[in-house]
Write a protein that binds this ligand. Structure first.
Ligand code: SF4
Ligand code: SF4
Length: 308
């Protein structure tokens, strides 16, 4: 496993300091899809930095001590040169993609591919033909990607179907977030009320027991989502660890409150990154640390068997 000094230093900071380590950057405001649950294409965005400006911006963030980067959009693969440079500038890079454009070079970085259910459900949410295109690109990837599902009211009953399907593909792992609505919105067609979400979180942990560690959702992560568990300890802008360790930026380089946007409703947040960070370190949990290592180290493989 290639845990470089830079990555070790990031882990050290997460464990022992409260300093910012990570830049979450919308490297583009463009996207080639219009997924039904996505806030992105429903909002206006400022013009994005051009390649030269974006590369200078990323180098500036690295010089300020932000050693890790998470690339968002829009669709990051629409800017392959920025992906390539981010992999070189930062010590650890994660990049989310709908993978309809394949995987650009991302040196020492990990791709996370968004799919939201088996073919019929995914294409209902992401558009006709997207599932097959994504899976074709997935099997061609030089290193297996992590697949990520956003759970909404639409696909909440298809989680196990999806898990079974993904376990037959060459993926590194499968992660889950819950849909996070905007403040004041009444997204009853998408948002899953917290009490119902509790049951789903526990259900996913039982899937991990059956299908193994590739299901990157541990008991400690589930606890972060439980409305009677740890959720109330972090579900506000002032208590969420994102604000403490991650600095989020729009595609014009201006700061924003959260990767989900300035209006995201923290009291109904379903962000799995927070669950993984808190699950691994508050208190320390080795199984969740392994999920984080899988995100940070492209070559790191989790075992496939059932979890005891
Ligand atoms: S691919 Fe991502 S950014 Fe594009 S519409 Fe879908 S969820 Fe939004
Ligand atoms: S929406 Fe979630 S991830 Fe974003 S700041 Fe609020 S609690 Fe944190």
């Amino acid at each position: 496993m290639r845990l470089t000094p830079g990555k070790l230093f990031i882990l050290y900071k997460w464990l022992f300091t409260k300093q910012h380590t990570t830049a979450a950057i919308d490297i583009t405001h463009r996207c080639n899809l219009k997924c039904v649950h996505c806030y992105w294409w429903k909002e206006d965005h400022p013009p994005e930095l051009n390649d030269r400006e974006m590369i200078t911006f990323m180098k500036g963030l690295r010089a300020k001590g932000l050693r890790a980067a998470i690339l968002y959009g829009g669709e990051p693969t629409l800017r392959p040169e920025i992906c390539r440079m981010a992999g070189r500038i930062f010590d650890a890079t994660l990049a989310f993609t709908n993978v309809t454009n394949g995987f650009p070079e991302l040196e020492n970085g990990q791709w996370i591919l968004s799919l939201d259910g088996p073919r019929d459900m995914n294409d209902r949410i992401r558009g006709k033909g997207v599932y097959d295109l994504a899976v074709d690109n997935l099997v061609e990837a030089s290193l297996p990607p992590i697949v990520h599902m956003t759970i909404t009211r639409l696909n909440q009953d298809r989680i196990e179907d999806f898990v079974k399907e993904m376990m037959g593909l060459p993926i590194k792992g499968l992660g889950f977030s819950f849909y996070t609505p905007d403040r004041g919105s009444n997204d009853t067609g998408l948002f899953i009320p917290l009490e119902e979400r509790n049951r789903l979180a526990i259900r996913i942990v039982s899937l991990r027991k059956r299908y193994g560690e590739k299901i990157g959702f541990t008991r400690a992560m589930a606890r972060q989502f439980l409305s009677h568990g740890d959720f109330i300890k972090w579900n506000s802008l002032s208590t969420c660890p994102v604000g403490k360790i991650v600095r989020c930026f729009k595609s014009n380089g201006q700061p924003k409150a959260c990767t989900y946007g300035d209006n995201a409703d923290c009291s109904r947040c379903g962000c799995t990154a927070v669950a993984a960070y808190r699950g691994a370190f508050h208190p320390f949990d080795y199984m969740t640390l392994r999920v984080i290592l899988g995100l940070m180290v492209p070559e790191y493989q989790v075992s496939g068997g059932p979890v005891k």
